[in-house]
Design a binder for this molecule. Structure first.
Ligand SMILES: [Zn+2]
Length: 72
């Protein structure tokens, strides 16, 4: 029972971190260098995209181009 309580406590502590990271990710706007249109990230793409400085590898939903996209 004690292990279960510890697990619940751990889950409650890490949940806001994941939630915060998720909100941070989905509220960002990405600009496609191929077609110049803006798009928002899908929640499931977070963590899988390669990310450097102000750019991130993402797939544009408008033209299908996959590459480095600038984000705000
Ligand atoms: Zn595009």
């Amino acid at each position: 029972m004690e292990t279960f309580v510890k697990w619940c406590f751990g889950a409650l502590c890490t949940l806001p971190i994941f939630l915060g990271a998720h909100i941070y990710c989905v509220t960002r706007k990405y600009t496609c260098p191929g077609c110049g249109r803006e798009f928002r990230a899908k929640w499931y793409a977070f963590g899988t995209w390669y990310h450097t400085g102000g750019t991130r590898v993402a797939k544009c939903p408008h033209c299908g181009r996959k590459g480095f996209c600038r984000y705000e």
